[in-house]
Design a protein around this ligand. Structure first.
Ligand SMILES: Nc1ncnc2c1ncn2[C@@H]1O[C@H](COP(=O)(O)OP(=O)(O)O)[C@@H](O)[C@H]1O
Ligand SMILES: [Mg+2]
Length: 310
């Protein structure tokens, strides 16, 4: 059995709580992330993926719930030292490599930022050598250290973002749509780099994406979000071959197929939340239909899904 690195328990993130403009961006979600795995998190824009990532990494205080990292709740009040340790262990790679790298800073200083904060190098020579090593790790080189971020292409900037995250030797990386802003031709390169780094360094990833086409190649398991709720969680293959929640089915039906014959007959399914027809007082919860395959459903839906699965 794989070891848990993170346990997310009943996590909530409400913006403008109690006000007319309250947004329940993350609304009571629970899941585990295992050491060394990639957990994909998908769902349409605005469903709460980034907020989930940002709350896990403590960019936001949780409205409610727990994020337990290696047995410790990261949202508990902690000493400065503990916080610093968490900040080092958990890193984030952002969607927009243009916005997330300061264009007026030299690559050397962008990548060394974490090294400086955490006192990981003794002098400027060691600092430079460590940065060069990181540049080489992500497929760039020594010459790049003295350039400015604005001199790089989108794909190269994302490599810089990855190098910056790796600088502090993290264990866990949240990649928030790291390839969405990149040309399709570059996307696979960045995904492959992330995969290689994971194998080399035993990293654990939460990989956020807005559709299901790329996550399949990188994820061991995939969680599907819809309006702040996690509606399905399953091993990647299982989710693709046997999607159980109607929202997941609609997401999958939206992926174009490479085969033109199939493509002609592809039927796009739409999802209507009203179709569940839940009655007052019904308990809707994540239920394990087959081993490791969880669906957000009622008792009745659960019984039906189980009957179909057997
Ligand atoms: N800082 C914030 N203040 C208020 N509302 C926010 C904030 N950040 C996100 N939201 C809202 O929370 C919801 C989820 O947003 P987000 O997590 O960015 O979704 P996703 O990453 O899936 O596109 C959206 O309705 C968004 O408008
Ligand atoms: Mg987002």
């Amino acid at each position: 059995m794989a070891e848990k690195l993170l346990e997310i328990k009943n996590l909530k993130q409400y913006f403008n709580q109690g006000k007319p403009n309250e947004v329940r961006a993350v609304d009571d979600i629970s899941f585990d992330i295992y050491k060394g795995e990639t957990l994909g998190l998908v769902g349409e824009s605005g469903c709460g993926k980034s907020t989930t990532g940002r709350t896990i990494i403590r960019l936001y205080d949780a409205t409610d719930g727990q994020v337990i990292y290696d047995g410790i709740n990261v949202h508990d009040k902690k000493s400065k030292n503990d916080l610093k340790t968490f900040n080092r262990k958990m890193q984030m790679i952002f969607q927009d490599p243009y916005a997330s790298l300061n264009p007026r800073m030299k690559v050397l200083d962008i990548i060394a930022e974490g090294l400086d904060i955490h006192g990981l190098v003794k002098n400027s020579k060691e600092r430079k050598e460590r940065v060069v090593e990181l540049l080489e790790t992500v497929g760039l080189n020594r010459e790049h250290a003295d350039r400015y971020a604005h001199e790089f292409s989108g794909g190269q900037r994302q490599r810089l973002g990855i190098a910056r995250a790796l600088a502090v030797n993290p264990e866990f990386i949240i990649a928030d749509e790291p390839i969405s802003a990149l040309d399709v031709s570059i996307q696979a390169q960045v995904v492959n780099l992330l995969k290689e780094l994971q194998e080399e360094k035993g990293l654990t990833y939460l990989f956020i994406a807005h559709d299901l086409s790329m996550v399949k190649y990188i994820s061991d398991r995939i969680g599907v979000m819809y309006f702040g709720k996690l509606v399905e969680l399953a091993p990647a293959e299982d989710l693709y071959n046997n999607p159980m929640h109607p929202y997941t089915q609609s997401l999958l039906s939206a992926i174009p197929l490479p085969d033109p014959n199939y493509e002609r007959t592809r039927v796009r399914k739409s999802y209507d939340p009203a179709s569940h027809n839940y009655q007052d007082g019904e308990e809707i919860a994540m239920r394990e239909v087959t081993p490791g395959h969880f669906v957000y459903c009622s008792e009745k839906e659960f019984a039906t899904l189980q009957a179909i699965s057997n």
